[in-house]
Design a protein around this ligand. Structure first.
Ligand code: NAY
Length: 291
């Protein structure tokens, strides 16, 4: 497989919202030992990062590095609308923990101008010896970058690519065509196959925590030119993803991991705890698609 598959790492929380370190380590191990994942995206949306305090973010980066070591590639998402926090986290993960690649979500909420967004990225990488992958997720941030915006960001040689969590395939094709040497990691798991056909370098997603084997088979089929098989796998995958989305995305992935023996814990408030009904649906999903 030349294309890389990354899990967007979940964080295990205790019922009171505190970090469950043991459970978080178990999720890391499951991804390495069972999923044979190429890498982990740490501190992203799936990690519930934007609801966490700085100290908790740091502790997660620390225990993930400690648990994973060099067993897989690690990308630390350090972006925040507090630029000082982003810089502090970038400095911490690179200089104290030895992460080689960082990522940062586009700054959100205040409708920042493009020059402000560019300033944010240049500042985050300025003082650290690491490469950065832009995290573009317009559906959650409301921030859409144009092709020319990407061109300006990519002028900085430390900005090596984008985690593209977007369904705009025209823009994706234009990016691939214009920047053959930049890394494009696709972040919408239910549309992996069309993204592969447009030449992405790999994928990062939440559902790979439980469904990596199918995604790896799909990538292998695609690389072998067996489009029928790749599409069949995407159909099965999307039956699974639809069921997960209908039952509550992160809660259900955590319940599925629990069925696999991984202490994935709870989501963080104000995300609600799973109801008995959600638990029962998750067991059915596990038995139907993942056993
Ligand atoms: C991350 O954690 O930052 C991501 O990788 C984002 C990608 C995921 N998007 C969200 C909003 O969770 O994997 C996707 C997504 O969960 C999946 O495609 C199901 O819709």
């Amino acid at each position: 497989m030349t294309k890389k598959l990354y899990s967007a790492l979940l964080t295990s929380f205790n019922a009171d919202g505190s970090l469950n370190e043991k459970g978080t380590r178990e999720i890391v191990r499951h991804n390495i030992d069972v999923n044979h994942i190429d890498g982990l995206y740490v501190g992203g949306s799936t990690g519930e990062n934007f609801m966490l305090q700085t100290a908790t973010k740091k502790r997660i980066f620390e225990i993930v590095k400690d648990e994973a070591g060099d067993d897989c590639d690690l990308i630390a998402q350090v972006g925040s609308i507090d630029l000082q926090e982003s810089k502090e986290l970038a400095n911490y993960v690179v200089n104290d923990l030895g992460y080689k690649t960082i990522s940062a979500v586009t700054p959100f909420y205040y409708n920042f101008s493009f020059p402000e967004i560019k300033y944010y990225y240049d500042e985050i990488v300025k003082d650290v010896d690491a490469n950065l992958i832009v995290y573009s997720i317009p559906a959650l941030t409301g921030v859409s970058l144009s092709l020319d915006n990407f061109a300006k960001l990519f002028e900085n040689p430390k900005i090596i690519g984008v985690k593209y969590t977007n369904a705009d395939f025209f823009l994706l094709e234009r990016l691939r065509n214009r920047f053959p040497d930049k890394k494009i990691l696709f972040g919408t798991d239910e549309m992996l196959l069309p993204a592969l056909s447009l030449g992405v370098d790999g994928a990062i997603g939440s559902t790979y925590n439980v469904n990596a084997a199918r995604a790896q088979s799909e990538i292998k089929a695609f690389e072998a030119g067996d489009m029928k098989k790749a599409l069949d796998i995407q159909h099965q995958t999307n039956d699974l993803i639809s069921a997960i989305l209908n039952n509550g995305l992160y809660q259900t992935i955590k319940l599925l991991l629990q069925d696999m023996g991984v202490a994935a814990g709870y989501t963080k408030e104000p995300m609600h705890k799973p109801t008995p009904e959600m638990e029962s649906v998750a067991h059915d999903i596990y038995n139907k698609y993942l056993k």
